[in-house]
Design a protein around this ligand. Structure first.
Ligand SMILES: NC(=O)c1ccc[n+]([C@@H]2O[C@H](COP(=O)([O-])OP(=O)(O)OC[C@H]3O[C@@H](n4cnc5c(N)ncnc54)[C@H](OP(=O)(O)O)[C@@H]3O)[C@@H](O)[C@H]2O)c1
Length: 343
């Protein structure tokens, strides 16, 4: 038997990607509810036929088995409880519940075992952090990690559909003159690198940077792990990158790190710099694998290793990870028997 699936935020970048992935991954969708802010005659296509987009309401969750939330924090906060009370299992892409001790924060290839308890609310991690945690996991398991230093280079689609439109508009205008500032008054995305994502916290870090700190610790299950992050927005449409340096429990040669990554599900090693092969945002866009490369010993410390990751923020950084969660979460549910779940 198949499931009734709802997507809240179906018209946004993550929602649209999730809809396409349900089809691509042959998720057993019996019935579908596409929910957003206002319906006013909008339609989307699924399974070769049009589906209406409805304004979100309590009725929208009636009979729903799986609810994929792809909306802002306040919208998730408003509707998660309604969906749970209606009997749905919720996978939430927002950060509204990620830091709640009772809500699992899951990258299936790292801590997917948390899903075996079949929680009715699972948080999908931050888009950069999914890739960072995935690349750190084999090193943490096989060697031990003492400290992480990370700088992210995040594409503009990470800020949602409106931000992406601003980039595209700004690029066109910026070919003729200085790109205009953003509608919210922030510095232009086009032809720029902006070291602010999300609001500034009192400690001088942005909230995006603190998400990397908090979520890396929670996903890896190392609450005291020292993590220092800088997050920047770069004028790229899709694909986040991160430069990562780790202090390990012992020295690790790049060859050993590459072997650990190559054996870990969800990771793909692209590391032949002499041949011009290393991960880029464009190379990662449209793919589910997190690409890892540029591995080298950190010459400034005896047990340090530096490397680079690139991933598609809308797929593995959001929708793919959410649907992988759903596949394992719902694996005891009708229609999911026998589907493979990653570790
Ligand atoms: N973009 C990424 O790379 C990424 C990665 C990981 C996590 N996330 C998180 O995923 C969530 C969605 O991000 P996104 O990039 O897809 O954003 P987006 O493109 O701005 O889409 C937002 C969606 O929310 C809907 N929405 C807005 N206000 C609503 C309301 N009051 N009630 C119901 N629906 C409402 C919008 O519907 P309308 O069309 O009706 O406005 C749209 O479908 C956010 O929490 C984001 O932080 C994003």
């Amino acid at each position: 038997m198949s499931q009734r699936v709802a997507i809240l935020g179906a018209t946004g970048l993550v929602g649209r990607t999730a809809l396409g992935l349900l089809e691509e991954r042959r998720y057993p969708v019996g019935d579908l509810r596409l929910l957003a802010s206002e319906s006013s005659g909008r339609e989307m296509t699924f399974g070769g036929r049009p589906w209406p987009v409805e304004a979100v309401s309590a009725r929208g969750f009636e009979g729903v088995d799986l609810a994929l939330f792809a909306c802002a924090n306040d919208v998730s906060q408003q509707w998660v409880e309604v969906a749970r009370l209606a009997g749905a299992r919720v996978v939430d892409n927002s950060s509204a519940f990620r830091y709640h001790p009772d809500v699992p924060l899951v990258v299936p290839e790292v801590n997917g075992a948390l899903l075996d308890a079949r929680p009715d609310l699972v948080a999908n991690p931050n888009c950069s952090t999914i890739a960072i945690a995935l690349a750190l996991a084999p090193l943490a398991r096989a060697v031990g990690i003492e400290r992480v230093e990370v700088a992210t280079y995040q594409s503009v689609s990470g800020g949602g559909a409106e931000a992406l439109e601003e980039l595209e508009r700004g690029v066109r205008l910026g070919l003729e003159r200085d790109p205009p500032p953003r509608a919210d008054g922030g510095p232009a995305f086009a032809f720029n690198v902006v070291p602010q994502i999300d609001r500034f916290e009192d400690n001088g870090y942005t909230r995006e940077e603190m998400k990397v700190v908090w979520e890396t610790r929670k996903i890896l299950g190392i609450p005291e792990l020292a993590v220092n992050a800088t997050a920047a927005r770069v004028p790229v449409r899709v694909g986040h990158c991160a430069a990562i340096t780790v202090a390990l429990a012992r020295a690790v040669e790049p060859e050993e790190a590459r072997a650990l990554w190559a054996a870990w599900p969800g990771l793909e090693v692209v590391d032949a710099p002499a041949a011009g092969r290393f991960p880029t945002a464009l190379m990662a866009a449209g793919r589910d694998a997190v690409l890892v490369g540029r591995a080298r010993r950190d010459l400034s410390q005896p047990r340090g290793l530096s490397f680079w990751v690139s991933s598609d923020n809308l797929r593995k950084g959001a929708a793919t990870n959410a649907i992988q969660i759903a596949e394992r979460l719902m694996s005891g549910a009708p229609g999911m028997a026998g589907r493979g779940a990653s570790r």
